[in-house]
Design a protein around this ligand. Structure first.
Ligand code: ATP
Length: 442
């Protein structure tokens, strides 16, 4: 799977649209053609296409399950649903409602909860887990805590080791699926809901569900943390089509601005400019800021483009699908958190040496990951950026197109030497950071 898994989902026509022509012609499970009124055709291919007759379970299995399973192994994951108002985002995310018991209609969220508790219950006594839930919405560029509405302007900060943090956000420790659904239900009830001509119960905010899964290895006194983020975006339709005025118009403009910011970030990432993290406009909206970790590459990301099959919604569907197509080109990440973030609990307060070690191991993993990918000029630039991002000087690092970098820590050094010798590659140069050496070979 690529860094980002992009799928499209077509909801069935509703009663109002019953007699209207459709704009979609199926090809196969990954491709389809979109047709406008003049029979102009646009072909799209995604990782998977879920047609009108697709089941909620199919969407979960393909798009979400691998990410949920990884989150239990401390690999961060993000699932985003995108599309115009009424295209089926909330139906996909929550189901017919969050407490839906009919298994055909259950959405991603209750299935995620089921799977999380199922997975942690399988792990026996060697490890214990804590699952925490936070819920925020971004409404008019303010981040509100949906589990405590008195916190209506949550600040977003970036922590060097932990990435993006929501300051003071409520984190509920949940002990079972039923409790999780209760809090999800309460949070959803707190969402800002407006009314437009397109959908009388339209959500005008981006809703973000954050599950933090903390794994503790009983004997080794270590913890690993995985963050699973689900995002139900506000409707992406054109402002004019909503017929909105006044406050509702302002809401629509703000939503579109943040979705454009999301598009711009994706464009910047796909146009090969991702070498310098500060060139990606993550700070242009609260949405992109919160998603910085996942879009920047620190987690597994899935994007579901929800569409209405009706021809009257052709232009919105086209724009939704184009958004997804652009996202599909997101290249190798500049960061990855595909690691267990290990902390020695006892020494947490006086562990700067350990922190440095973790940082180096993390850095090594990230760089090795890059090296597995095509080593081109852009990648080499990214490697240098990684050093800079982590606050290490990279002046001594002089990589050219032909060079291959091998990162070695004390623990992995022997293995690295051996594998390098096997490849008959002499060391060219090495630089030392703390007690670790980074070797560069020709
Ligand atoms: N796959 C589906 N199968 C059956 N009904 C669906 C499906 N997708 C959406 N619907 C129905 O279509 C209507 C609109 O869907 P939904 O509320 O999920 O749209 P939305 O994209 O979340 O809109 P908003 O941006 O306003 O939140 C709802 O009544 C929902 O139950």
């Amino acid at each position: 799977m690529a860094n980002i898994c992009v799928c499209a989902r077509w909801r069935p026509s509703n009663l109002k649209e019953g007699g209207e022509a459709l704009c979609i012609a199926r090809s196969d499970s990954q491709s389809f053609t979109l047709e406008d009124e003049k029979d102009e055709k646009y072909m799209f291919s995604f990782d998977k296409v879920f047609y009108e007759d697709s089941e909620q379970a199919d969407v979960y299995e393909f798009l979400a399950r691998p990410i949920v399973r990884d989150a239990v192994k401390a690999i961060n994951g993000t699932i985003i649903v995108y599309g115009q108002t009424g295209a089926g985002k909330t139906y996909t995310m929550e189901g017919a409602n969050i407490r839906e018991t009919d298994s055909c209609k259950k959405g991603l969220l209750p299935r995620v909860v089921d799977e999380l508790f199922e997975a942690i219950n399988l792990h026996g006594e060697a490890s214990t887990y804590k699952i925490k839930l936070s819920m925020v919405e971004i409404y008019m560029e303010r981040v509100r805590d949906l589990l405590d509405l008195s916190k209506d302007n949550i600040l977003i900060k970036e922590h060097k080791g932990h990435g993006i943090l929501l300051c003071g956000v409520t984190e509920i420790l949940i002990s079972d699926g039923e409790e999780a659904l209760k809090f999800l239900y309460n949070g959803i009830a707190n969402r800002a809901v407006g009314e437009t001509q397109m959908n009388m119960a339209s959500s005008r905010s981006h809703c973000i569900y954050i599950f933090t899964i903390q794994k503790e290895l009983t004997n080794e006194k270590r913890v690993g943390t995985g963050k699973l983020v689900l995002v139900d975006l506000a409707g992406s339709e054109k402002v004019e089509k909503t017929g909105a005025e006044g406050r509702v118009l302002e809401e629509a403009k703000t939503i579109n601005k943040s979705l454009s910011a999301l598009g711009n970030v994706i464009n910047a990432l796909t146009s090969g400019q991702q070498g310098r993290a500060n060139h990606i406009p993550f700070r242009d909206s609260k949405l992109t800021r919160i998603l910085q970790d996942s879009l920047g590459g620190s987690s597994q990301t899935a994007l579901l483009c929800c569409c209405s099959p009706c021809r009257c919604n052709f232009s919105e569907s086209l724009s939704t699908l184009r958004f997804g197509a652009r996202a599909k080109h997101i290249k190798a990440s500049s960061r990855t958190d595909m690691k267990e973030e290990m902390h020695d609990k006892k020494q947490e307060t006086s562990s700067s040496a350990n922190d440095m070690k973790l940082k180096i191991v993390d850095l090594r993993e990230r760089i090795l990951k890059k090296l597995r990918e095509k080593l081109d000029a852009e990648t080499l630039k990214l490697i240098r950026e990684e050093f800079a991002l982590d606050g290490f000087s990279c002046e001594e690092v002089n990589l050219s197109h032909e060079e291959v970098a091998v990162i070695s820590s004390q623990g992995a050094e022997a293995e690295t030497h051996e594998s390098m010798e096997n490849h008959h590659s002499p060391f060219q140069c090495g630089i030392e950071i703390s007690s670790y050496t980074i070797f560069f070979i020709a």
